[in-house]
Design a protein around this ligand. Structure first.
Ligand SMILES: [Zn+2]
Length: 527
């Protein structure tokens, strides 16, 4: 997709959580007097519409309500909430201030003001058709824009097809420079983010994603954009009535489909290992444990288990009942059916049977190699590119060999370093950190084939660890396997596009028409 770049101040947009609005406006739940059916006023209808995420209808109704009663605080508050959902933060703040800063609305106003202030210096880009808008801090994150727009377009097409629902757009993506910014504009704290590894959200009808620059090893940031887009489309299609376990199950299940195609879902090896252990120890989490958010689970391991459970449940359901089944479940939830009842009715089988089939499916998954979970680490929390914490789990001898290797590598004795790292790799085979160190020194000492051999398995088991993907791309290119080098370089960019290495690989091994741009990125990032 061609991105028409624009640099201007953000169109402000206001949003207010519907729960807050309901609390503010108890009249929403007030029933008509017996014997008298009073037609809903524009403001009441608007409040219901925004609660259902029927944002465009709510906007119409808010305008009508304000025409009728320009000084009605409820109508003004409704307009503020609508403006927040539409990204018009300046208007949202002014309406919410005028409506009166009371109770939970005050809390929302704080978030809306923080959002307005954070985004004030941001710049934006949009797709040619205007359907996708990306907002980011000026500077390095501009690099993300073309990739983000491509991912949005492909994911939108794929997800809308499966869920049977197309949102009217524009679809708004905000990329924050760090986790602190994400915390500022959401209800999460930096501690929540570090503990659970949550670095993106979909809330208030927009995608909120942290730049891969903020993570030490990158992360699957384009898949994350796709994941959040599932949430956005599903929230609208279900009138925001899908519980967290359904939201996360469908989002995790569909997130990679935009690039892998339908029917290609597979758990990564780490998640599969965690799921296997939980089954064996009879320690599966009840689906409700995911409420109110995976971000509030006690560890990244629990978060990984939760995602593994709900995504495999959705996988089993989708394999048996197809898009029709999923669309039926969503339609039922939108009509306020309980999620379990909705699955049962769509399948024509009791939920207990669906759950027991799922347990059977999970037990039948191929036996994993139990690779270890590498937690996401924020750059800010770690200081410089220090990965001491990543090797802390290794045994003493492996760590000793690594230290020796590091020392030799620092003295540019690459062959000797490779020798020490190889010894560590024997002790900790298929460890992503050890394999990456070995491969780096093997490459420097002209042993590209050995680097490829060490990296292939870890790139398969740890598809989110950017350093090994980037190194594998380089090693493949150095050993003359350019087609695969190009594919792996694309994978590395989907994890960390700020590393010059995959761009350098693509400047010679990528598609002809992209080579000049990649050469330019290779040069500018490498400086
Ligand atoms: Zn999610």
């Amino acid at each position: 997709m061609n991105a028409r770049r624009e640099t201007h101040r953000p169109r402000a947009r206001v949003l207010l959580g519907w729960v807050v609005l309901l609390a503010l406006c108890p009249a929403i739940t007030t029933h008509a007097q017996p014997g008298r059916v009073r037609p809903a006023s524009a403001v009441e209808a608007g409040e219901r519409a925004i609660a259902d995420l029927r944002v465009e209808e709510a906007a119409e109704l808010a305008r009508a309500a304000l025409r009728e009663r320009p000084d009605d605080p409820r109508a003004i508050a409704l307009m503020g909430v609508v403006a927040f959902h539409q990204g018009d933060y300046g208007s949202a703040v002014s309406h919410l201030e005028r409506a009166g800063n009371v109770g939970e609305l005050g809390e929302l106003l704080t978030t809306v003001r923080a959002t307005r202030d954070l985004l004030a210096p941001f710049v934006s880009a949009r797709s040619v058709d205007g359907r996708y808008q990306v907002w980011h801090a000026p500077g390095p994150d501009a690099l993300l824009v073309p990739y983000a727009l491509d991912a949005l377009q492909a994911a939108d097409r794929y997800i809308s097809g499966v869920l049977g629902h197309r949102v009217p757009g524009p679809i708004r993506l905000e990329i924050y420079p760090d986790a602190r910014s994400l915390a500022q504009v959401s209800s999460l704290t930096v501690q929540d983010i570090e503990r659970s590894g949550t670095i993106a959200l979909c809330k208030w009808d927009r995608l909120m994603v942290t730049s891969p620059r903020a993570l030490l090893h990158g992360y699957a940031w384009t898949d994350t954009i796709s994941h959040e887009l599932v949430h956005l489309i599903l929230a609208r299609a279900s009138r925001d009535r899908a519980p967290v376990w359904v939201q996360e199950g469908i989002a995790k299940y569909l997130e990679g489909g935009y690039r892998r195609g339908a029917g290609t879902f597979a758990l990564d090896a780490v998640s599969q290992g965690i799921l296997h252990e939980a089954v064996a120890a009879d320690a599966l989490l009840p689906f409700e444990r995911l409420h109110p958010s995976i971000a509030l689970l006690p560890s990244q391991r629990d978060a990984a288990l939760a995602f593994a459970q709900v995504s495999t449940f959705v996988h089993g359901f989708h394999s048996r009942y197809g898009n029709t089944g999923i669309v039926d479940v969503i339609r039922r939830m939108a009509a306020d059916e309980d999620a379990r009842d909705a699955f049962a009715a769509a399948a024509g089988a009791p939920f207990a049977e669906l759950e027991s089939r799922w347990r059977t499916d999970v037990r039948a998954l191929p036996s994993p190699t139990r690779p270890r979970l590498l937690p996401r680490r924020l750059v800010a929390a770690m200081g410089a590119q220090d990965d001491t914490a990543d090797v802390a789990e290794l045994g003493a001898e492996a760590r000793r060999r690594l230290r020796l290797g590091d020392l030799l590598y620092g003295r540019r004795r690459f062959g000797a370093a490779a020798h020490e790292y190889a010894a560590a790799l024997v002790i900790a085979p298929e460890d992503p950190v050890v394999a990456a160190r070995f491969a780096r020194s093997a490459l420097e000492s002209g042993q590209a084939e050995r680097a490829v051999e060490a990296l292939r398995p870890v790139v398969a088991t740890h598809p989110e660890y950017a350093p090994s993907a980037a190194l594998l791309a380089r090693a493949l290119e150095a050993s003359g396997q350019s087609a695969e080098a190009g594919r792996v370089a694309q994978q590395a960019i989907r994890l960390n596009p700020f590393d010059p290495a995959p761009h350098c690989v693509l400047s010679t091994a990528g598609p002809e028409r992209e080579r000049p741009a990649e050469a330019q990125r290779c040069a500018s990032l490498g400086r």
